[in-house]
Design a protein. Sequence first.
Length: 276
Amino acid sequence: MYDTKELSKIAQRIRKLRKDRYSKYQKQETEKDKKYACCKSQETLAEALNVERRTIMSWETGKSQPSLDYLIALCNLLDCNIMYFLGGYDDTVLDTVAAAAHFSGISSKIICYGLEHRDFLDCLNYFMDPENCSSLFNNVTLSYWKAFMISQELSEIEKPFKDKVFNIFSEFCAVMPYDKIEIEEYTEFLMEKLPENSFSVSAKCSDNKIGLKDSLSFIKYREYVPNSRFKYREFINYLANYTFKPFFDIAKLELQKDKLAKGFIALFEQYLSDIE
């Protein structure tokens, strides 16, 4: 006999399996998915197993448990590994795929699709080969990129002024030799591109004026515009120091991203040439 906790687990898994299989029937990505029409309801599944509807309802609510014979019948009817019901796997797919997914960490959906589509599997194996892709997947990953961007929000300055400063920095990098990309030169470049008369203490941002009140956080506005007096030189020094490293890091990552994209293209071209 099962205890209450095990009954609840088995009930949840039977219910989930039936719904998963009916979802496959609705999509019908493969020919065998048509057999899952029996999962439309508790009644249709009961008919397929030659039991009463209340039996299926009792299994799915945890009021009773299927015998081993019926568990095996469910597995055969719905192409499921019996270890799924016993808690060995959380996957509803066949045992070999479930085991592969469990121990490799690769989604069973990917494995199943690969087994049914040989071209996809060949391409996947090629790109997953460490000899082919290890140089592409290092520090430049989506998780690293996301973490970096979150840490570089520059919350003390607001858009569209933030975008304007980044465009100025990009222009600075484009015209300056690499060994001259220093904060001192950047400060001078900012003064050239953002002269004092381009700012307004009170006006909103426009094509002609940068409204400081709209462009800075409240604290920074009070710091650099005390009593409506704009401390221009101190502000430019602050702006250069505040944005130089984050913008420079972003520029370097953009270069790496470009190299990564070119690396993918080269790898894919090599894959295509190998199968010709």
